[in-house]
Design a protein around this ligand. Structure first.
Ligand code: MN
Length: 466
C-alpha cells in the first residue's frame, strides 16, 4: 500500500518546502514537489489532504516517566495512557527514564521491569534511558553490556535525592561512559543546598508550597551544572546531557563551558520552565499541581531560556512528563510540600505549546521548533535519521498541523490519566490535526485511533554527543 500526503508544507530543521510525501511500508520513499490529482492516483492507493497545513516530523520526547514508582506514589499514566497522550499531542517517539528499582539492584533489573511495563502497551515507539543509583565495577560492566545488547545508550544519574551519586562515583561513571561512548544524563541540583533548606523549612513550619521554590534556588542548579560539566571534562570529555535546565544562572554555566571549547554535552529545557511562573506556588492548594524539581522560576529565567532557544544555545525541549492526580496523589503534600509527589503532566501539551507560544509569538521559528522537539532529541538519543526528520528512508512518523485553529487547553481535551493540566484555560492557536506512526494514522482531530501495543521498542545507536 502506498500513501501520499499532498498539498502541505514540509518543515524540517533546515527550512520549509511545499512537498508531497510518499509513504510505503511505514517509511518515507519520496518527497516530490506537489503532484497533480491524476499523478497522485496513479502512484498511490491512499491520499491524505494536507493543503494549508504544516507537516512536521513526529515529535520525539526524550524525557518522560511513564508508570514511574517513586515509593510514596506511582505515576498515574502507565505506558498505554501516557503514550496515547503523547500520540494525540504529536509525539511519536519517547525515551523514558526508569525508576531506581529496589536498593542495590543490578541495572538489568529495571531493564527487564521496563520491558514488562511497556512491551505490548505503548502506542508510540519507545526506548529507555538506564539509571545508575549506585556504582561498582559490576554495575559499570552491566552498563556497557546493556548499551550493546539492548541499545540503551544513555544512562541517568541524579546529583540529589537518596539515590544520588557523589563526585567519586560520578567520576567512575563518566570515566567508563567516555570509553564506551555512553551518554550520561544528569539531574543537576546541589543536594546540600536543597536538603538543608528543606530540613530547615520543615523545622520552622514553612511547609506551604510557596517554600518549595525557595528550597531549590537557582544556585543549586547552577552549581551542579557547573560541577557536572567540569567532571565530564576531567573524565576526557565524557558525553553528558543536562536534563530540564530551568534557570538563567544555570545557562551561564553552559555558556562558560561552551566558550571554553567543551563540545560533548547537550542541554534540555521543558515547556513548564518556558511558560509557568513560580507565583503559582503562592496558592497553597493550586500550587501542589506544579510541585516538581526543579521548581518553576521567574520571568527573567523564562526570558533567558527563550532567548537561548532563539540563539541555539540549548539543544532540546522535552517534558519530564511525570503525572500524578491532583484529587488524591498531590494531596499527600497538602500540609507539607516535602511530602508531595514531584512532577506534572506535559507530554501531550509540549508540541502545541511550542508552536502557539513559541512560533506563534515570534520567540522561535518553526524550523527551530522542529530542531528542539524532533531532530535534536533523535540525534542525542541515537535515533537519527530514522526518527526526528522527514527525508527518504526515515520512518513515516509525522504530524499534520493546522496553523489556524484556535482553541483553549483544558483537562477534558487531554488524554492522559491525570485530572489536571498545568495549562488549564490557556488560549492556543494551532492544532495537531493528524498523527502518523510508521505510516499509520494513530491520532486524528483530537482522538486516538491507534492500537494498544503498536509502539515498537527502539534499540538505539550511539548518541550524537558521544
Ligand atoms: Mn525527570
Amino acid at each position: 500500500m502506498r500513501t501520499i500526503i499532498f498539498g502541505g508544507t514540509v518543515v524540517t530543521e533546515n527550512g520549509m518546502a511545499d512537498r508531497d510525501i510518499l509513504i510505503e511500508d511505514g517509511r518515507i520513499t519520496d518527497l516530490p514537489e506537489h503532484m497533480g490529482a491524476q499523478n497522485r492516483s496513479r502512484v498511490c492507493d491512499k491520499e491524505i489532504d494536507a493543503s494549508g497545513r504544516y507537516i512536521l516530523p513526529g515529535a520525539v520526547d526524550i524525557h518522560t516517566h511513564m508508570d514511574l514508582d517513586v515509593g510514596i506514589a506511582r505515576v498515574i499514566d502507565d505506558f498505554y495512557d501516557g503514550t496515547v497522550a503523547a500520540a494525540c499531542g504529536g509525539t511519536t517517539t519517547i525515551v523514558d527514564h526508569m525508576a531506581f528499582g529496589p536498593k542495590g539492584c543490578s541495572p538489568w533489573h529495571q531493564v527487564r521491569e521496563y520491558h514488562h511495563l511497556a512491551d505490548g502497551n505503548a502506542v508510540v515507539d519507545y526506548g529507555f534511558h538506564g539509571v545508575l543509583a549506585h556504582v561498582n565495577e559490576e554495575v559499570l560492566d552491566d552498563m556497557a553490556q546493556i548499551a550493546r545488547e539492548e541499545g540503551i545508550t544513555s544512562f541517568k544519574v541524579y546529583m540529589t535525592y537518596d539515590s544520588r551519586l557523589d563526585d567519586l562515583d560520578l567520576m567512575r561513571v563518566l570515566d567508563r561512559a567516555a570509553k564506551e561512548r555512553i551518554l550520561i544524563a544528569s539531574h543537576c541540583e546541589n543536594h546540600g543546598i536543597v536538603t538543608n533548606n528543606r530540613e530547615k523549612f520543615v523545622r520552622e513550619g514553612k511547609t506551604q508550597t510557596k517554600w518549595h521554590p525557595v528550597s531549590r534556588p537557582c544556585e543549586a542548579e547552577a552549581e551542579a551544572v557547573n560541577r557536572l560539566l567540569y567532571l565530564a571534562q576531567a573524565a576526557g570529555e565524557a558525553p553528558v546531557y543536562i536534563v530540564h535546565l530551568s534557570t538563567r544562572k544555570g545557562l551561564e554555566e553552559i555558556r562558560r563551558a561552551r566558550s571554553a571549547g567543551q563540545r560533548h554535552f547537550g542541554v534540555e529545557t521543558c515547556p513548564q520552565y518556558l511558560l509557568l511562573d513560580e507565583k503559582l506556588y503562592d496558592d497553597p492548594r493550586e500550587g501542589l499541581k506544579a510541585v516538581m524539581a526543579p521548581p518553576l522560576r521567574k520571568q527573567e529565567d523564562r526570558d533567558a531560556l527563550w532567548k537561548a532557544l532563539a540563539d541555539g544555545e540549548l539543544d532540546t525541549v522535552a517534558t519530564d512528563h511525570c503525572p500524578f492526580t491532583f484529587a488524591e496523589q498531590k494531596q499527600l503534600g497538602a500540609l507539607d510540600f516535602t511530602k508531595c509527589p514531584s512532577g506534572a503532566p506535559g507530554v501531550e501539551e509540549r508540541l502545541i505549546l511550542l508552536y502557539s507560544e513559541g512560533v506563534g509569538k515570534g520567540r522561535i521559528t518553526l524550523p527551530q521548533l522542529v530542531r528542539y522537539a524532533c531532530t535534536n532529541p533523535a540525534r542525542i538519543s541515537g535515533l537519527y535519521p530514522r526518527k526526528g526528520t522527514l527525508e527518504k528512508g526515515a520512518d513515516a512518523d509525522l504530524v499534520i498541523l493546522d496553523p489556524g485553529k484556535e482553541w483553549t487547553l483544558t483537562t477534558g481535551l487531554m488524554h492522559g490519566a491525570s485530572d489536571y493540566t498545568c495549562y488549564e484555560g490557556m488560549k492556543v492557536k494551532g492544532a495537531v490535526e493528524r498523527v502518523l506512526l510508521r505510516g499509520k494514522t494513530i491520532a486524528a482531530d483530537g482522538a486516538f485511533t491507534g492500537k494498544r501495543g503498536d509502539g515498537q521498542y527502539l534499540h538505539r545507536g550511539i548518541s550524537s554527543l558521544a
